[in-house]
Structures are given as structure tokens and as C-alpha cells.
Design a binder for this molecule. Structure first.
Ligand code: NDP
Length: 527
């Protein structure tokens, strides 16, 4: 019997990986990789910390409460209140490069979730072919409803704690023989730094929060260095970062469409359903529209917008939604003034409401089996069972809706059962009848790619043009697609002559794992 804590998200991600590896000939051809799996499944380091910060507080009810006595002195009491949150950084694997992965501020953040995301990130980063290890971090802090000042104070407190981990204390520091010019290691945290661990943004952490985290790092270390990616341009951020994951997703799916149609078809006139309306969803929608697709849906944590027009949502709609989401508002607030050719469905995901579609892109958030959103309807608050991943039932609906391509823009955007349905349909049908599934670790790797390119620019003290970054993103997304196909052909039985499509699920999992396992062996992590 295991004495380990239950970690449902992490266990699911690990099981997905194991089943992809076991249902292939990998362990027959390389039995020694079973040892690698046992070792690679455990994070190298997990850091947990407490974040104490102050909110804005409410005004005091009576004048007498403005004052209190400390050490016989009468002091003025401010109205702020002390707040506390839990912070984490899961440094999963550094065999291919420094730890790299996003930071999430969301009330659902816990260790299981971050271990799952860090595991995914490790193999995703490996697929990019760049020198990136894998990590993920964050806090159970909810930026929604907080003022800028509160979020800034929280970011400062978060970065101070993260940076102070493993930093020698003042008394220990004084026992070190220090050379201020060269011995940066003595004052640099083991947890974060341009060559150690480079966080990025994720849900709840935009370039604005990244700027505050960067500023705190710089103030604490006196180092202006690429310690974090997703920065604004003035702070050494790269062009194309906001667009990276959404665009990368569309580039990847473009290859799926081309592969199935032997280059005859593109996104043009394809009906595309998207869930979510955050960063990934927004830029996936814009790129799809640019390529001539018809985007029929977007959603958020409270409900779904479905276009009722044959033309779908247009780029002005998406730009307005970007502005709305920057203000942390809900899609429902966009409906009344602006949306004539759309309907809003509360507490629903798009998948059963979209009519005929060709492509489905889950881009909201992961398989959060235990998360229920709280929504105020009428006068009372009540709980809505509103899970975000594509369920088994919805998978069947997508197939009935004629969907031929499904790619995860979010991490674990589909449930295990739904993936089972997609993979079974792929296996049993010839390519024109099949639905083809692409896992997030391949399809949404564009953000990691451009983060890696930001690190390269920071190291060179250079700033590349949007075209240069976009060209590299296009090239790397193509190589990730081809690697998935080639690896599936090498390790998974495939009736290609009968029209079976290679499993991108298996190919991407095996390819990412093999790269990490080989690098670990080369540096003596297993033998
Ligand atoms: P954002 O925070 O910008 O957007 C998240 C979206 O998900 C919002 O529309 C949000 O709605 C919605 N959402 C949150 N919780 C729920 C829920 N329980 N049910 C339904 N919808 C929900 O995040 P990103 O777009 O950056 O990221 C989306 C996903 O993609 C995440 O899984 C992330 O890890 C993954 N990803 C992101 C990358 C990036 O570069 N941004 C890179 C690779 C993966 P609301 O506005 O109401 O909160």
C-alpha cells in the first residue's frame, strides 16, 4: 500500500504517459528505458512556500478602531489585512536544459496539479528540440477581483519567497569567501535564475504580473537577466510571445489537415470550435480566421458564446474579447452591447452546441475533475458542476458533428475517456472517416518554443523581429508534428495501407520521453 498523498491530476498524466509507452514496442526494443521511466517520473525538486501579503482592506467602522497600542505607543492602524497563500515550484527535470515552465495564479492550484503540469512541460519542452528542462509553479491566489496594487504586492511577496529559497542566509553568507565581482553563485538562488530555472506566465499571470515578478528579482539580486520569460518588450521580452501558443496550435493543426488531404486542403472554410477565451484561445481564433476558417465558438468559466452566423466570429469580435479579458471580465458582459449574431449559453461548454464542425480546439483549462465554479445566478450563489475538459460523452458528440481534427490548446483539455474514444475511432476508420487527436504536449508547444527563443535573445542581448520569431515557430511546430508521425511509425503497429492514421498521442509521448531519457543517461542519472 502506498503512503503517498493522492494526486489525481498527476497520476492521470503519469498513467497517460505509461500507457502510451507500454502500448508501443519501445520497451521491447529498449527494455532499459523502464528504469529511466521510474526515475524520470519523480521530480528532481519540489519547493513549497508561504506567501504573506496585504490586501487593500475595508474602511474602519469607527474612529476608535483606527488606533492601537504597541509598546506603550499609540499607533495608527491602517485598514489593510494580512493575507496568506501557498506557493510552489516543481522542478521536474533539468537533463535537457535549465528548468522551464509557467507560473499559474488560480485558486485551484495545488501540488498534484503542478506536478502534472511540470511532467507535461518536461516532455513538451523536449519535443521542441531546444535546451529546456521542465518545471511548473504558481500559487492558490485568485487575481480575479483584486486591485492592481494587491496583485503587485502579491507578485513581490511570491518572488521574494521563491528567490530566497536556498539562498545562503546572511550569517552563512559571511562565512563564504566572497568575491563580489565573480562569485555570483554565492548570492544566487538555487531556485531561479537565467541558467537555473526560468519561469513564465500561465493562467492568471500575464506580461503585467511577469513585469512585477521580474522587477522584484532584479531588486533582490541586482541582476538584469533573463530570469523569467513572457516579459514585455521593454524588459527584454520577445515579439510573438502572446501569439505563440495559439498560432503554434493552428500551425500544427494545419499540418494535420494537409497530411490527411495530401496537401489538398487547408484551414480555408473549415468550421472551428474553440473553448476558452484566454490567451491561447484568442490567438488560435485570430490565426484561424486569418487563414480563412470559420470560428464558431469561444467560452469561459461561466459559459459559451456560439456564433449563429454562417461567417462565424470575426477578428473584431476577438479583439473586443481580448480587451474584455484584459479587464478580467466575463464573456456574458460582451454579449449585450455587441453580439447580434451569437447566442450565449450559461454554464455550458461549446462541444454539444456547435452543429457541424471540422476542427475542435479545447483551449480553456485542464481536466479539473474536482473544480466546480461558483456562479451567482439570481440572488443566491450556487455551485455549478462545470468541468472543462472534453468528456467521453462530448467526444461522441464531436464525432457525430463531423469533427475530423481535435487538438489540445490547453494542457489535458480532454478527459482520458474522451481520448480513448478518439483513438479508437482513429484506429477503426480510414483517414477520411477518422477523428485525429493531437495531445497538448505537441500541439500547444508553441509557447515553450517562443519562451526558448526569448531566452536565446536575452543571452545575446538581442531583439529579433516578429518575422524571425514566427518563422522559427513555424519551423519548430512542423518538426514537432513530423517527429510525432515518425516516432509513431517506428514504435506503434500501424495499418497505413488500409488508411490508418499514425497516433500522434503515442508518437509525441514516446519521442519526448526518449529525448529526456537519453539525456538523463548521458549525464549519469540512470544506467
Ligand atoms: P488564460 O488564463 O488566458 O485563459 C484561461 C481560459 O480558461 C479563460 O477563458 C478562463 O475563463 C477559462 N477557464 C478557467 N477555468 C475554467 C473552468 N473551470 N471552466 C471553463 N473555463 C475555464 O490561460 P491561457 O489561455 O494562457 O491558458 C489556457 C490553457 O492552455 C491552460 O491549460 C494552460 O496551461 C495552457 N497553455 C498555455 C500556454 C500559454 O502560452 N498561454 C502554453 C501552453 C499551454 P475565465 O476568463 O472566466 O477565467
Amino acid at each position: 500500500m502506498t503512503t503517498l498523498a493522492c494526486e489525481p491530476e498527476f497520476e492521470q498524466a503519469y498513467e497517460d504517459l505509461v500507457s502510451a509507452l507500454e502500448n508501443s514496442s519501445l520497451f521491447e526494443k529498449h527494455p532499459e528505458y523502464k528504469t529511466a521511466l521510474k526515475i524520470a517520473a519523480i521530480p528532481e525538486r519540489v519547493i513549497q512556500f508561504r506567501i504573506v501579503w496585504e490586501n487593500v482592506g475595508v474602511s474602519q467602522p469607527s474612529t476608535s478602531q483606527h488606533f492601537y497600542i504597541l509598546d506603550h505607543e499609540i499607533r495608527l492602524r491602517d485598514s489593510n489585512e494580512v493575507q496568506v497563500n501557498r506557493g510552489y515550484r516543481v522542478q521536474f527535470n533539468s537533463s535537457l536544459g535549465p528548468y522551464k515552465g509557467g507560473t499559474r495564479f488560480h485558486p485551484t492550484v495545488n501540488l498534484s496539479l503542478l506536478k502534472f503540469l511540470a511532467l507535461e512541460q518536461t516532455f513538451k519542452n523536449a519535443l521542441t528540440g531546444l535546451n529546456l528542462g521542465g518545471a511548473k509553479g504558481g500559487a492558490d491566489f485568485d487575481p480575479k477581483g483584486k486591485s492592481d496594487g494587491e496583485i503587485r504586492r502579491f507578485c513581490t511577496a511570491f518572488m521574494r519567497e521563491l528567490r530566497s529559497m536556498s539562498t545562503p542566509s546572511r550569517s552563512r553568507e559571511s562565512t563564504f569567501k566572497r568575491n563580489e565581482e565573480t562569485d555570483v553563485g554565492a548570492i544566487t538562488s538555487k531556485c531561479i535564475g537565467a541558467n537555473t530555472d526560468i519561469p513564465a506566465g500561465d493562467i492568471g499571470v500575464t506580461s503585467c504580473e511577469i513585469g512585477w515578478l521580474f522587477g522584484t528579482y532584479k531588486a533582490e539580486t541586482s541582476l538584469w537577466e533573463g530570469c523569467i520569460t513572457g516579459k514585455g518588450r521593454a524588459l527584454g521580452g520577445t515579439s510573438m510571445k502572446p501569439e505563440a501558443t495559439g498560432y503554434g496550435l493552428i500551425y500544427y493543426v494545419g499540418h494535420m489537415i494537409e497530411y490527411v488531404s495530401h496537401g489538398e486542403e487547408t484551414f480555408k472554410s473549415k468550421r472551428v470550435a474553440i473553448s476558452g477565451s484566454g490567451n491561447v484561445a484568442q490567438y488560435a481564433a485570430l490565426k484561424a480566421i486569418e487563414l480563412g476558417a470559420i470560428v464558431v465558438s469561444l467560452s469561459d468559466s461561466k459559459g459559451t458564446i456560439i456564433s449563429t452566423s454562417d461567417k462565424g466570429l470575426n477578428s473584431d469580435d476577438i479583439i473586443n474579447i481580448i480587451t474584455l479579458k484584459k479587464k478580467r471580465k466575463q464573456l456574458i458582459e460582451f454579449m449585450e452591447p455587441s453580439m447580434e449574431n451569437s447566442k450565449y449559453i450559461e454554464a455550458e461548454r461549446p462541444w454539444k452546441h456547435i452543429g457541424k464542425i471540422d476542427v475542435a480546439l479545447p483551449c480553456a483549462t485542464q481536466n479539473e475533475a474536482s473544480y466546480h465554479s461558483f456562479s451567482a445566478i439570481g440572488s443566491s450563489n450556487h455551485v455549478i458542476e462545470f468541468r472543462n475538459h472534453v468528456s467521453e460523452h462530448e467526444a461522441a458528440s464531436l464525432i457525430s458533428a463531423g469533427c475530423k481534427f481535435i487538438a489540445e490548446g490547453s494542457n489535458m483539455g480532454c478527459s482520458q475517456e474522451a481520448i480513448g474514444v478518439f483513438e479508437k475511432t482513429r484506429k477503426e476508420n480510414q483517414k477520411h472517416e477518422a477523428i485525429w487527436f493531437a495531445p497538448g504536449k505537441a500541439a500547444n508547444a508553441g509557447g515553450s518554443v517562443v519562451s526558448g527563443l526569448e531566452m536565446a535573445q536575452n543571452s545575446q542581448r538581442a531583439s529579433w523581429s516578429a518575422k524571425k520569431v514566427d518563422d522559427q515557430l513555424i519551423e519548430i511546430m512542423e518538426s514537432i508534428f513530423k517527429l510525432g508521425i515518425d516516432t509513431a511509425r517506428e514504435y506503434v503497429e500501424l495499418a497505413e495501407a488500409e488508411g490508418e492514421l499514425p497516433s500522434l498521442l503515442a508518437g509525441s509521448n514516446i519521442a519526448g520521453f526518449c529525448r529526456v531519457a537519453a539525456a538523463m543517461r548521458a549525464q549519469g542519472d540512470w544506467w
